[in-house]
Design a protein around this ligand. Structure first.
Ligand SMILES: [Zn+2]
Length: 478
């Protein structure tokens, strides 16, 4: 029997807020353990939560960026469960009245078809504390770090619209781009600011029954999500074919062994309305104000790049995936760098160089203004491409202007015909074999001869001038 998978995702996204959700403690989970705490986020009895406007705005922007409908009325519930990472015994979450309903993302699936994957709802919740398991001598101990307690989160719950691991991975990539655009979250699975749980069940292909699902947690990258779903589909299909029943339970992905393993269930109690945080009421005017704060979507931006700058579709998409890269590109074109040159140098030179230097685009010493000066020198043929690459690497270590680096290091390209002509003559007399090849119709010989002249000039001679001189002296094309 052939099976098909029914997959739904639950995605936790940590909001990029300065403070926690219900107190003023800094939202910096990575600090010295328990440095960022107060009676509210240590969950002392009687400490009153105060809901953060910033968290509400960031969460709302995220919902709008995903095409969801903000609800006029939403509210917090107490999700009751007992665990050492939650000593107050309940987590503030929205179970009955979520912040938004609906929304979705369009992807191109593995068959080249456009497929809309729907979001059921998005709700807000506070994060719980972090348990750290260590050894004290030979004694295993568990420590609790409350820096993360009360950190602002949203949970995006999808419809079970996914049929394959590929669709889940494409959805997550698009979701990550759109959420980053909204400025609400860093949205990185590697850094733990995006956490994904997958609910997977299988059924005979062509039927519409909904079978018992298994939840898989603990994936640390989008690739892991794909691998875990693939494994789980195989495991469940084999079990069904062997006549075993699928039990509702939770499994953890083990990235080393590449298998999912069952985990112990937590006790989960009911959700009851919370009496301490006021009901959130959003007016249509407030929602419109939030909507006006959203930047253009990645897809719209890519389309505009194609029209405005004469780029191809692929180029438009690759430039607009990252909002910072897109902004940098437009800063370069604003400084009158030709769009295609700006794009090529940005994608193939600057972005990899930033990665090598472990620098963020925003804090790099190579600002758009400095980079534009360099690229304009290249466009005017004052330097050649090799020199431009070298000057770029010097720009990371010094604040000197590109002109100063070119002058100090002698990168200026020689375009003076008389100076180059004597080098050309010397190469022509030294390389008689290549000259003979050229005359016998071997086009490759021209490249070799140009290379020899460039080398003789210490890399400074303008290849275009060399080619012109060589062509003239050798009597036209072979
Ligand atoms: Zn606090």
């Amino acid at each position: 029997m052939e099976f098909e998978a029914v997959i739904g995702l639950e995605i936790h996204v940590e909001l990029k807020c300065i403070a926690k959700m219900f107190c003023d403690c800094p939202n910096r989970p990575g600090d010295e353990p328990n440095a960022n705490t107060c009676p509210t986020c240590l969950w002392f009895p009687g400490a009153a939560p105060r809901f953060s406007q910033d968290a509400l705005e960031k969460a709302s922007l995220l919902c709008l960026a995903l095409g969801a409908e903000l609800q006029p009325k939403s509210a917090f519930d107490q999700k009751i469960y007992y665990y050492p990472d939650l000593p107050k015994g309940f987590q503030l979450s929205q179970a009955h009245l979520p912040l938004s309903r609906g929304g979705g993302i369009e992807i191109t699936d593995e068959y080249g078809e456009i497929r809309r994957l729907r979001i059921h709802h998005i709700h807000m919740e506070e994060d719980v504390a972090k348990l750290v398991h260590e050894m004290e001598g030979r004694q295993p101990i568990s420590l609790v770090d409350f820096n993360r307690a009360g950190a602002p989160l949203v949970e995006i719950v999808t419809e079970p619209d996914f049929r394959t691991p590929y669709q889940a991975m494409e959805f997550l990539k698009a979701l990550r781009t759109q959420v980053r655009y909204s400025g609400s979250s860093e949205c990185s699975m590697e850094n733990g600011t995006m956490r994904v749980d997958a609910n997977i069940s299988i059924r005979p292909k062509g039927t519409s029954e909904m079978n018992t699902k298994v939840e898989v947690k603990n994936m640390n990258s989008i690739r892991h999500v794909g691998d875990a779903i693939t494994y789980e589909i195989g495991r469940q299909s084999a079990a069904l074919q062997a006549g075993e029943a699928i039990m509702l339970h939770t499994r953890l992905w083990d990235p080393d062994k590449k298998v999912t393993l069952p985990m112990r269930a937590k006790f989960e109690g009911p959700c009851v309305p919370d009496p301490t945080v006021p009901v959130i009421e959003l007016s249509p005017e407030w929602i419109e104000r939030m909507r006006s704060r959203l930047p253009e979507t990645p897809a719209v931006k890519a389309g505009r790049f194609v029209k405005q700058y004469g780029l191809t579709n692929e180029e438009g998409i690759s430039l607009s995936t990252d909002l910072e890269v897109a902004g940098y590109f437009e800063a370069l074109t604003g400084q009158e760098v030709a769009p295609r040159m700006a794009m090529n140098w940005l994608i193939t030179q600057l972005v990899p160089a930033l990665k090598d230097h472990r620098l963020e685009m925003g804090s790099s010493p190579v600002t758009p203004a400095r980079f534009a000066i360099l690229l304009k020198m290249l466009a005017k043929e004052e330097i050649n491409a090799n020199a431009a690459r070298e000057v770029l690497s010097f720009m990371f270590d010094s604040n000197d202007s590109p002109e100063a680096i070119v002058a100090a290091r002698g990168f200026r390209q020689v375009s003076d015909t008389t100076a180059i002509e004597s080098l050309v003559d010397k190469v022509l007399s030294d390389q008689s074999a290549a000259v003979a090849d050229f005359k016998n119709g071997q086009g490759k010989a021209m490249g070799f001869l140009i290379g020899q002249v460039v080398q003789a000039s210490g890399g400074k001679a303008n290849p275009k001038v060399i080619r012109e001189l060589l062509t003239r002296k050798l009597g036209g094309k072979p």
